[in-house]
Design a protein around this ligand. Structure first.
Ligand code: AMP
Length: 508
């Protein structure tokens, strides 16, 4: 199918030709006609599926064909959870609307509000914004929603995770009831369904992939080792496997900085992205990485979602994430748009529980590959037949025999092998490094891609707000970082709200 068949107008077609988009992705095939027809949409699609063009292209077309804006008015509002995603989506609108007479802008916190107010003065066709800053703009009378025709909630699940629920309630109450609403979320949890139920009218449902899709296209493997040996092991792998550019995920901000220092001491060019860095510093680090000025970008989960780097061949999980779902987002930074991708995790003994959680979530057992000389003194327990992943897979198989084969995501042959081994109660190794079951010694590393400069994309995203997700379940944490005021709003606590304002300017 071509974009033409979807009914897109000429100026948009020309832009797509320039960008080299030959055919629509699955989410675009489903979303574009529905949005053009004015329908509401509930879409399960994550970054990397082409979802942004899925909503931006038809919205831009409708805005071009119908009406004009007025001072302070906004005709389309795209709500996103983070500054980085806001920049990225805004860039997409600018790129896709390059041949159209439309005005767009972006608004988020942590930067002065005045330039944003100035941009709004003459009115806008599209505003991409984080909820908190949008409320501030509305409170100051800088924006009018009377002409609003389309509302998009992008990464709605993350908005709820970040405590934006109350902000969304405030905003929804201020928006016209008669409008088109599009909701995008990586997952459809009960909370998301509840949110959708209250704001969507007879939505078209689009589901392009399960949340663990990335695990099928990215070759994954892990090396068990001791925590203290990880920096040395990373350096060893860089040399031995001749990796080109690598995105390295580390659990804490301090850990990121320590690793960058170690790498630099060994003559490796590296930069970092994490919640303690200012927005310009983060964008700069990302830009340097995209231009291949640095070989390694070391990040906290700040960069795990939304970060779009063309042809990134290698992701390293120096630490496993705190939340299993973030593993999927991390490895989704590679293997994009059908490219080859590799993700290796350096796993130590105290990460075995999160490893089990990841394997259960992704329904696979990640291949183990001992690296000679780096074997763990503190043994990393097997997650094999008795591990959570296998137990969960067995349970699933028992409950839904027809789905049994689909519960493994290894290469061809892996599924059957897994099934047989499962039946026999043996250990299963499904995902493998490139080159099949060869040891690291004989494995041919993928050639470093010469093409690393990204397109119109900008930064990754922050959601750690300067804190790792270690708070006990149910705890309300008010930090000075992103979403601080929103969290305070949720808690209905004005003291916390003003404290949040003071602590750190990088909030929204
Ligand atoms: P997204 O899921 O919106 O973050 O998009 C992921 C990447 O896919 C971006 O770099 C887009 O520029 C690219 N992309 C989106 N649609 C297409 C398409 N139809 N053909 C090729 N690349 C695309």
């Amino acid at each position: 199918m071509t974009f033409q068949a979807l009914g897109l107008i000429d100026p948009i077609q020309r832009t797509l030709d320039t960008l080299g988009y030959k055919q629509p992705t699955p989410v675009q095939k489903q979303a574009i006609p529905a949005v053009l027809a004015g329908r509401d949409l509930m879409a399960a699609a994550q970054t990397g599926t082409g979802k942004t063009a899925g909503f931006a292209l038809p919205i831009l077309q409708r805005l071009t064909m119908e009406g004009v804006t007025e001072p302070k008015a906004v005709r389309c509002l795209v709500l996103v959870p983070t500054r980085e995603l806001a920049e990225q989506v805004y860039e997409s609108f600018r790129t896709y609307g390059g041949n159209l007479p439309l005005k767009s802008a972006v608004a988020y916190g942590g930067v002065p509000i005045e330039p944003q107010i100035t941009k709004l003065r003459k009115g806008l066709d599209v505003l991409v914004a984080t909820p908190g800053r949008l409320i501030d703009l509305h409170d100051q009378g800088a924006i009018s929603f009377t002409l609003l025709q389309t509302l998009v909630l992008d990464e709605a699940d993350r908005m709820l995770d970040l405590g934006f629920e109350r902000d969304l309630d405030i905003l929804l109450a201020a928006l016209p009831k008669k409008r088109q609403t599009l909701l995008f979320s990586a997952t459809f949890s009960d909370e998301i369904r509840k949110l959708a139920g209250g704001m969507l009218k007879d939505p078209v449902s689009v589901q392009v992939s399960a949340s663990n899709t990335a695990t099928k296209t990215v070759r994954q493997w892990l090396i068990p080792t001791d925590k203290r040996r990880k920096p040395e092991l990373l350096l060893h792998l860089l040399r031995k496997l001749q990796w080109g550019q690598v995105l390295v995920f580390v659990k804490t901000r301090k850990g990121v900085e320590t690793l960058v220092k170690t790498l630099q001491e060994h003559g490796i060019s590296a930069d970092s992205i994490h919640g303690d860095k200012t927005q310009p510093a983060r964008l700069k680090a990302l830009a340097r990485f995209k231009k291949a000025e640095v070989q390694l970008l070391v990040a906290t989960d700040v960069a795990a979602r939304g970060l779009d780097i063309e042809a990134l061949p290698q992701v390293v999980n120096f630490d496993l994430p705190t939340v299993a779902e973030d593993y999927i987002h991390r490895i989704g930074r590679t293997g994009r748009a059908g490219m080859e991708g590799e993700a290796v995790s350096l796993v130590c003994a105290d990460e075995v529980e999160i490893l089990k959680a990841i394997e259960t979530l992704t329904r696979q057992v990640i291949a183990r590959q001992e690296e000679p000389g780096f074997e763990a003194d503190h043994r990393v327990p097997e997650t094999g037949p008795k591990g959570a992943a296998i137990a969960a897979a067995k349970k699933m198989a028992a409950e839904a025999p027809a789905k049994k084969k689909r519960s493994f995501t290894g290469p061809a042959g892996g599924k059957a092998a897994a099934g047989n081994a499962l039946a026999a109660g043996k250990a299963v190794t499904v995902a493998r490094p490139a080159g099949g079951d060869a040891s690291l010694g004989t494995w041919e590393p993928p050639r470093a891609s010469p093409k690393t400069a990204g397109g119109a994309r900008s930064a990754g995203r922050t959601y750690d707000g300067g804190k790792q997700a270690t708070a006990p379940k149910g705890a309300v944490v008010v930090t000075g970082g992103r979403g601080a005021k929103s969290l305070a709003r949720s808690a209905g606590n004005s003291a916390a709200k003003s404290a949040a304002r003071k602590v750190k300017p990088g909030g929204r």
